[in-house]
Design a protein around this ligand. Structure first.
Ligand code: SAH
Ligand code: SF4
Length: 444
């Protein structure tokens, strides 16, 4: 029987950021193009892929735990193929550690060679070998890899890879390589193809989108790219992440203000509100310059939603430093924030710093930070009560199939009732109630 006829299934578990999610969509796209179909149940799968993250230790621990659990499955089903990829694999010694602890793993590859996955799979199947290949350096950008997207309404579009910033706590530059931008024509072509398939929204991805275009031969920067994308007919909404506060400039702020498709939402990770800590983090801005930037954004883009990432317990962080962070959170009033406890990462400068903060202090600060963030999130959500807002419908609500779900232009999740509505519609919704993490409404 031909392989394609056996209905072979794959299951992908993804940890980490949107970049990893997009990489998994590419793995999925490649597998579908060679005849596999997706399984939502790991036990049904003929191939299991773990796409890993190593930004924090707990993400790594989850991967180890899950790999351990696969041992039983593999015993019952020896033909099962297990592949592990992603950022964790780019760390020195990690692939060997995994192979020695979990010999049932068949394929290991890194972030720079995911496009070679079908080849590795073929080798395992035809030669019966274990494959481990990790490139230490980034390759040229590979265009044209098929992508099987999670949603049929909104899509991630990577505009640049890697990062040159070397924040002292972060492993991303080591595992994702140096900054490389895609040519604008390739990005526009991808977006036009998406629109032709019915997609309404794109989120442009990059570790530091504001430095988009550096090293390209064309005359382009991020603001110019945004204006070009705004011209794509049939596209409704454009978002992007992540902006580094040191690089987000007025050109981008004016582009958002002036271009109808650019949504009023900026993810602007602050990390800390203490100038002393920001310096030790190598972030290149101060609390004051950040607050000035926020003020300008709020003035120029009415209704803008601001989201952020914050780390507590960076080495040497004192109670006073932490209070500066709390003060900043209260001043900015974020619409949402990802809050993290500092996690020591091997070979990063922060790992070598003295005065690592005791766990108990980290947790105590974390709890107070979460409380402050939640207060601000609830307050920002309450501002929507009684208002009518445009929602891009994504489908039925996960928890309640009688309701629809979608997002406002500034990124708020809305669950709402209505009739004759389908995914991809833009509908006006009256918000009747604000909840801590979503809004409840009725379509007009
Ligand atoms: N390029 C983006 C995101 C990078 S990783 C940016 O610059 O914002 C996502 C977030 O993880 C970071 O913003 C940071 O808040 C957090 N993070 C990174 N390394 C960490 C570490 N060692 N411990 C705790 N949080 C970390
Ligand atoms: Fe990591 Fe800093 Fe680069 Fe973001 S900008 S990926 S936090 S090094």
């Amino acid at each position: 029987m031909k392989e394609e006829m056996k209905d072979l299934k794959y299951f992908i578990e993804t940890w980490g950021c949107q970049m990893n999610e997009e990489d998994s969509e590419k793995l999925s796209g490649m597998l579908k193009s060679i005849g596999y179909s997706k399984s939502t149940d790991i036990k049904d799968a003929d191939i299991i892929i773990f796409n890993t993250c190593c930004v924090r230790e707990n993400a790594e621990n989850k991967v180890f735990g899950n790999l351990g659990e696969l041992k039983h499955l593999k015993k019952k089903k020896p033909e099962l193929i297990v592949a592990v990829c992603g950022c964790m694999m780019q760390q020195e010694g990690m692939a060997d550690k995994i192979l020695s602890k979990f010999p049932h793993v068949n394929i290991i590859f890194g972030t720079h060679n995911a496009y070679k996955f079908p080849e590795y799979l073929n080798r395992v199947k035809t030669e019966g070998v274990q494959v481990k290949e990790i490139f230490n350096k980034e390759t040229e950008i590979i265009e044209g890899v098929p992508i099987d997207r999670e949603s049929s309404v909104k899509a991630f579009v990577t505009i640049m890879y890697g990062c040159n910033n070397f924040c002292t706590y972060c492993v991303v530059p080591y595992v994702r390589g140096r900054e490389r931008s895609r040519k604008s024509e390739d990005i526009i072509k991808e977006i036009e193809d998406l629109v032709a398939k019915g997609y309404k929204e794109v989120t442009l991805l990059g570790q530091n989108v504001n430095s988009y275009g550096k090293g390209l031969e064309e005359d382009i920067d991020f603001a110019k790219l945004l204006r070009k994308i705004n011209e794509v007919q049939g596209l409704e909404r454009v978002r992007f992440m992540t902006s580094h506060p040191k690089d987000l400039n007025k050109d981008v702020i004016y582009a958002i203000k002036e271009c109808d498709k650019l949504c009023e939402q900026i993810h602007l990770p602050v990390q800390s509100g203490s100038n002393r800590i920001l310096k030790k983090m190598n972030r290149h801005y101060t609390k004051e310059s950040y607050l000035e930037l926020v003020e300008l954004i709020k003035k120029e883009i009415p209704g803008v939603s601001l989201t952020t990432d914050i780390i507590v317990g960076f080495p040497g962080e004192t109670e006073e430093d932490f209070l500066d962070t709390l003060d900043l959170v209260q001043k900015v009033q974020y619409d949402s924030a990802f809050t993290f406890i500092y996690s020591r990462r091997n070979n990063t400068p922060a790992d070598m710093m003295l005065n690592q903060v005791p766990d108990a202090d980290k947790h105590h600060r974390f709890d107070r930070l979460v409380k402050a963030v939640n207060e601000s999130v609830i307050m920002k959500n309450k501002e929507f009560e009684g208002k009518v807002t445009e929602v891009l419908v994504e489908g039925f609500s996960k928890n309640d199939e009688t309701k629809f779900t979608g997002r406002t232009r500034n990124g708020k999740l809305v669950n709402f009732t209505g009739e004759n509505i389908k995914a991809g519609d833009l509908v006006n919704v009256k918000i009747v109630r604000a909840q801590p993490f979503s809004l409840v409404g009725e379509a007009l």
